[in-house]
Structures are given as structure tokens and as C-alpha cells.
Design a protein around this ligand. Structure first.
Ligand code: SF4
Length: 67
């Protein structure tokens, strides 16, 4: 996988939701595929902080997504 891709991409729920067509690919393009360290999920993962699957990279919760 290219270095520009987030190290958690393959196991991240955001990829799963996007692949299933449940989430706009803008999220993946703006965060995951460019390893955007501003991703709140990324930061919380780095800090060992628990976060729900339906939390988007900007830290907001999308209640339409099942956890
Ligand atoms: S949502 Fe965040 S943690 Fe998940 S793959 Fe994308 S950039 Fe990485």
C-alpha cells in the first residue's frame, strides 16, 4: 500500500461504509487516501482512545451508519 494511504485504511470502518456505498467517497479521498493526520479517528486510534465505528474523520457522528 502506498505511504500516502492511512495505515489503518484496510481495517477502518470508514472504508467499509464507503465500499458498501453507505458513505460518500469524499471522506476517503480527503482523509484515508492522503493519510490526513487531522482525522479524529486517526488521532484517537493513536492515543488508544475508544471511538464508535460511525464516527467520521471530522469527529462527527453519523447516526445513519450502523455500528
Ligand atoms: S478514517 Fe481516519 S483512521 Fe480511518 S482510514 Fe481514514 S484516515 Fe485512517
Amino acid at each position: 500500500m502506498p505511504e500516502s494511504v492511512c495505515k489503518w485504511y484496510l481495517i477502518c470502518p470508514i472504508k467499509y461504509y464507503t465500499d458498501k456505498g453507505l458513505l460518500d467517497s469524499t471522506w476517503v479521498n480527503n482523509y484515508c487516501l492522503v493519510a490526513n493526520s487531522k482525522c479524529v479517528r486517526y488521532q484517537m486510534e493513536n492515543n488508544g482512545q475508544i471511538h464508535p465505528d460511525n464516527m467520521l474523520p471530522d469527529g462527527s457522528i453519523d447516526k445513519t451508519l450502523k455500528v
